[in-house]
Design a protein around this ligand. Structure first.
Ligand code: SAM
Length: 230
């Protein structure tokens, strides 16, 4: 998979060179390029924003630098992802779907967002997804892009050392639906007077699996009844 990120703060994406995603890039499971939107401005001040039509506070990102940058990056196979609080909500199912795509382009907005004609124009050429990572407002799309890229990258085959961990994760599709993962424990067996559930020490894999599913169902029912359709 190839990922391009467009931003006015290229340094913001530096954490993607670390840890799991960084390794995926090193191992060529993923290629990541970050582009400075200001490289496609034409004035001395490298301006990317202007006052909103209709008035109101803040500034809006101008379509010209976006058009010039996107024209260079997009091809027929690309999916253009525009992070915005007014987009459809990002979730594990979307991450799973995007993990099999060849080319994702993230357009990170700042200020009051990107002129709406950018999405409107590119919808005629490629798949455009306006996506929110949650019901709150960030200062820019960079953190949202990092969140999505990390969730997507770990689902690319070969990126996770142990594929089972993705299968057992919260929100993974299972025969019981999409559940939260139950509690997990490691050594020591007793810590500050607190023990580990007996069944996990039993070595009985069938019983352990049964217990884990029951815990996942119980936790989901209490914390996220919406996942079970209730
Ligand atoms: N005025 C916009 C609104 O109310 O919808 C918010 C603009 S926000 C200050 C600036 C940028 O941050 C957005 O263009 C988007 O790229 C990003 N952003 C903020 N919150 C986000 C969220 N929940 N999900 C995805 N992107 C977000």
């Amino acid at each position: 998979m190839k990922i391009d990120v467009i931003t006015i703060f290229p340094q913001y994406l530096a954490p993607l060179r670390l840890s799991l995603v960084g390794k995926a890039i090193e191992n060529q499971k993923l290629s990541l390029d970050v582009h400075d939107l200001r490289d496609h401005t034409t004035d001395l001040h490298r301006t990317v924003d202007d006052t909103p039509y209709g008035g109101g506070p803040g500034m809006v990102m101008m379509p010209e630098p976006w058009g010039a940058t996107l024209d260079e990056l997009l091809n027929n196979d690309s999916i253009l992802i525009i992070p915005t609080p007014s987009g459809v909500k990002f979730d594990q199912e979307m991450a799973e779907q995007l993990a099999s795509k060849p080319h994702l382009v993230f357009a990170c907005g700042r200020y009051e967002g990107i002129d709406a004609r950018v999405a409107q124009y590119y919808e005629k050429k490629v798949t455009v997804l306006e996506v929110s990572i949650g019901d709150y407002v960030l200062a820019g799309g960079e953190v949202a892009a990092i969140v999505m890229i990390e969730a997507i990258a770990r689902l690319i085959p070969g990126v996770l050392g142990n594929w089972d961990s993705a299968v057992n994760d919260s929100f993974a599709e299972t025969e019981h639906g999409r559940l939260l993962e139950g509690p997990v424990y490691t050594k020591p067996a007793v810590w500050r007077g607190l023990g580990v559930p007996e069944v996990l020490l039993s070595g009985n894999h069938a019983e352990i699996a049964k217990w884990q599913i029951a815990q996942a169902k119980q936790r989901t029912a209490i914390r996220r009844p919406d996942l079970t359709g209730e």
